[in-house]
Design a protein. Structure first.
Length: 360
């Protein structure tokens, strides 16, 4: 990517040097996420030029001198939250806010603040430490999580962002209790994962809300006990009906619109939990009636679902392999790297949940 609003170009770049705590990964699959689109369209601003892609999986090709627990050939899913483990935020159990992580992510550099890629002799930036729309990437060792045997790479890549974020919201951030009612607004990859997280945590009812009947059908297949097309039905009234008039115990907002944020607090019962997973432009105001924020509701914004990638990624992969976590239904297309701009067009048009770029 050289400029916001322009198509991506496929170019040959130089890699290296491989640091002692780095790994070189041969990418097998990388999926297209809304965050990539936000960068491409200029809503999220980063220095250019940059390689996009932050949901990726592949195999280890080479390891740095300090890496002893991965070897060439190991299959790995990549995550975008390396952290130092000793800054103020890491000491407070908030690795998503790690100081060197946030500083170097914002400028598109490697975790140590240096560069690992170049284009025609000039530094090349990586999106979120990965730059996964490429045949090879150099990432920090901690960003590569070994996958169990048999986990397909085109499913493993989904764990890297959307699945972890949605599932983690229901499993870590605001865990729904056994028998409770959960509502999920928006049935893209994050919302479908929140549906599954709530189901696997034992929710008595999981209500999925969207504007697209096809996505609602997938949500039902993934464990939603009720679906609401909000273009035809009053979602608020349906939630009240299903909860004896109280509202949902936990609401997971995954749509990223002002109305979705407003509805999320309105459909949450007094004393319930709301997790905002979607987002709007960082400079945009979002308005609420003060009364909707009262009632002892707990409202939190989460970027990564309380991710613990070293533990969560293998567990999610095993859940897929044993059939309890559904991933196949999220993949609405597979394309070669040459067609990546067409993949972004599908996302813009609302015709994709996850389009996966596959590599030979």
């Amino acid at each position: 990517m050289h400029e916001a609003g322009q198509p991506l170009s496929i170019e040959t770049v130089d890699l290296g040097p491989l640091g002692p705590d780095d790994v070189l990964v041969k990418i097998g699959a990388a999926s297209i996420c809304h965050t990539d689109l936000e960068v491409l369209e200029g809503e999220l601003r980063y220095p250019m030029p940059m390689v996009l892609g932050h949901e990726a999986a592949g195999t280890i090709a080479e390891v740095g001198g300090n890496v002893a627990d991965l070897v060439p050939g190991d299959p790995v899913a990549l995550h975008w939250n390396p952290h130092c483990g000793h800054c103020y935020y890491c000491d407070h159990g908030q690795p998503i806010l790690c100081e060197p992580y946030t500083q170097n992510r914002a400028i598109g550099r490697h975790f140590d603040g240096e560069y690992r890629h170049s284009l025609k002799g000039k530094p090349l930036h990586m999106l979120m430490y990965l730059g996964g729309f490429a045949e090879y990437v150099i990432v920090p060792r901690q960003s590569a999580v070994k996958m169990p045997a048999g986990m397909p790479l085109d499913r493993a890549c989904l764990l890297g962002c959307g699945v972890m974020t949605g599932f983690g919201a229901a499993a870590h951030v605001a865990p729904v209790q056994f028998g409770e009612t959960a509502a999920v607004i928006g049935c893209g990859a994050i919302g479908l994962s929140a549906v599954q997280g709530a189901r696997m945590k034992g929710a008595g009812q999981v209500v999925a809300i969207d504007l697209d009947d096809a996505k609602l059908e997938i949500a039902a297949a993934m464990g939603a006990t009720a679906t609401v097309n909000a273009s035809r039905e009053d979602a608020m009234a349906r939630i009240k009906e299903l909860s004896d008039g109280r509202g949902a115990d936990a609401v997971y907002e995954c749509a990223g619109s002002e109305k979705a944020f407003q509805d999320s607090v309105r459909m949450c019962r007094a004393g319930g939990q709301v997790v905002w997973l979607g987002k709007v432009n960082v400079d945009r105001d979002v308005a609420f009636k003060w009364g909707t924020l009262m009632g002892e509701r707990k409202i939190v914004r989460s970027s990564y679902g309380g991710a613990r990638p070293a533990e969560d990624f293998p567990a999610l992969a095993r859940a897929y392999l044993d059939g309890s976590l559904k991933l196949d239904e999220m993949i609405t297309g597979r394309i070669p790297l040459d067609d990546i701009n067409a993949g972004f067009d599908l996302l813009r048009a609302g015709k994709a949940i996850r389009t996966v770029v596959t590599f030979d």
